[in-house]
Design a protein around this ligand. Structure first.
Ligand SMILES: Cc1ncc(COP(=O)(O)O)c(C=O)c1O
Length: 426
């Protein structure tokens, strides 16, 4: 749950990537998103290394919706990652950051004509979500006179044990084509001379701890490959099994080892392929959270500490706008005082933000030492879906983001200014 470089000094000060959090907070201000390169690298390699031996014909695309800024692209690309993107904004950011478009995959359940044209122009694989998109895609590729490289997203109808809002593979999900319409969709795509139909995709949800859903998913998707071959005579060249492996936010989370999930999923995939006499397709996976969540922390400065008859509140200089996951999902995190980490955590606190909303909290019953104004709070596991979902609620400026590596800082994102906020006001 903590970055692998996290250390506590004899005086109780936490450092990450070889730099004290005090120095980081003083130099870059708070709230501050900090990404530890060593952890990011280890998380990426937790996919890339096992796949090199288990299934070399594979491509790992980082689900950039988890956290995307230009400066994250080159380090991840250098490790061998491709990128899964869901908007024109993510496409352009990834390209400007140096992503290889041949290793990019474009998602979305309501892609615009312009987004489809952008993806086709850059030769990015497009994951088709529905029948309307097939028509738009056909028109876009005809207009550009360029072949679109396409996979079809299928609802695998698996209920993964995760939060309601992050289940995507079940039958009423807004994502993907249901099994009764797959053949028709693929027939249409395959008959279109402007479309290069490559394969099928599915993603069953996020923050999944069980291995079985991934084992079942591989089997189910090979079943679709078989049906497509038998009924349409089309061999699936590429199979994308999505992302979703869970991570440890608190000690209560029993996150699986990535290598074990991959091992079990690939065993299931290979057995099913053999059973149905099918060739091995290119295998793609799209990890987001498990690549970056534990690499990221957020640093805050504590202002007021307020006691009510029932609660001890700690007010931080951020909150729901830089970390909306608590208010959205009641997500749990691990917290420490970054400047007093060797003191016993004796008192329960509610960690509340500075936004005009009673629900503006990022933690409840958080045990900390007796806390004072001016202490620094560190929240672990905030690398994924924090900055990515941040807002300017109450017209607050979004925090800065830095990466720490071997005692050095790489700036990823400047702190927003009020001038930035006013830039588009007319
Ligand atoms: C299609 C798709 N792929 C990959 C992911 C990444 O999931 P995670 O961050 O849980 O790995 C998501 C996120 O929901 C997704 O929708």
């Amino acid at each position: 749950m903590k970055p692998i470089t996290t250390k506590v000094s004899p005086t109780g000060e936490i450092s990450i990537g070889g730099i004290s959090t005090k120095t980081l907070a003083e130099t870059y201000g708070t709230p501050l998103y900090v990404i530890d390169y060593a952890t990011l690298e280890a998380n990426a390699n937790a996919y890339l290394k096992p796949l090199q031996t288990l299934y070399p014909n594979s491509l790992v695309t980082y689900a950039s919706k988890a956290c995307l800024v230009k400066g994250l692209i080159a380090p991840l690309a250098a490790l061998g990652m491709g990128f899964d993107v869901v908007s024109a904004g993510e496409i352009i950011t990834a390209i400007k950051g140096g992503a290889d478009t041949n290793k990019m995959v474009f998602h979305g359940n309501n892609k615009s004509k312009e987004e489809l044209e952008l993806a086709i122009t850059h030769n990015i694989r497009i994951i088709i979500d529905n029948e309307t998109e097939i028509k738009l895609l056909s028109a876009a590729s005809t207009k550009l006179n360029k072949k679109a490289r396409v996979l079809v997203r299928i609802k695998p109808e698996i209920e993964a044990h995760t939060h309601e809002y992050i289940k995507t593979g079940h039958i009423d999900s807004k994502f993907g084509i249901d099994k009764n319409h797959i053949l028709e969709a693929i027939r249409t795509l395959n008959n279109d001379s402007n479309i290069d139909f490559l394969g099928i995709h599915s993603h069953i949800g996020s923050q999944i701890f069980d291995i079985e859903p991934f084992v079942d998913l591989a089997k189910i998707m090979v079943g679709h490959m078989k049906r497509i071959k038998d009924e349409l005579g089309i061999e699936i060249k590429e199979l994308n099994l999505g992302g979703g492996i869970g991570i440890q936010y608190t000690t209560a989370d029993n996150a699986p080892k990535i290598a074990l999930v991959l091992e079990a999923m690939i065993k299931s995939l290979k057995e099913s392929l053999t059973e149905h006499h099918l060739n091995e397709p290119l295998l793609m996976v799209e990890p987001g959270r498990s690549t970056i969540a534990t690499a990221g922390v957020t640093l805050y400065e504590i202002g007021t500490v307020k006691t009510t008859p029932g609660l001890n509140y700690v007010f931080i200089d951020g909150g729901m706008a830089d970390n909306p996951r608590f208010i959205m999902y009641k997500s749990l995190y691990t917290f420490e005082l970054a400047n007093r980490a060797n003191e016993p955590a004796t008192k329960p606190y509610t960690i509340a933000g500075k936004f005009c909303e009673s629900g503006d909290k990022i933690g409840e019953n958080v045990m900390l030492p007796d806390t004072n104004e001016g202490d620094h709070l560190i929240v672990y596991g905030t690398g994924a879906y924090n900055y990515a979902m941040a807002s300017n609620y109450n017209r607050f400026c979004k925090p800065a983001m830095i990466m720490v590596k071997d005692g050095a800082v790489i700036e990823l994102l400047k702190r927003e200014t009020i001038e930035d906020l006013l830039k588009n006001d007319v």
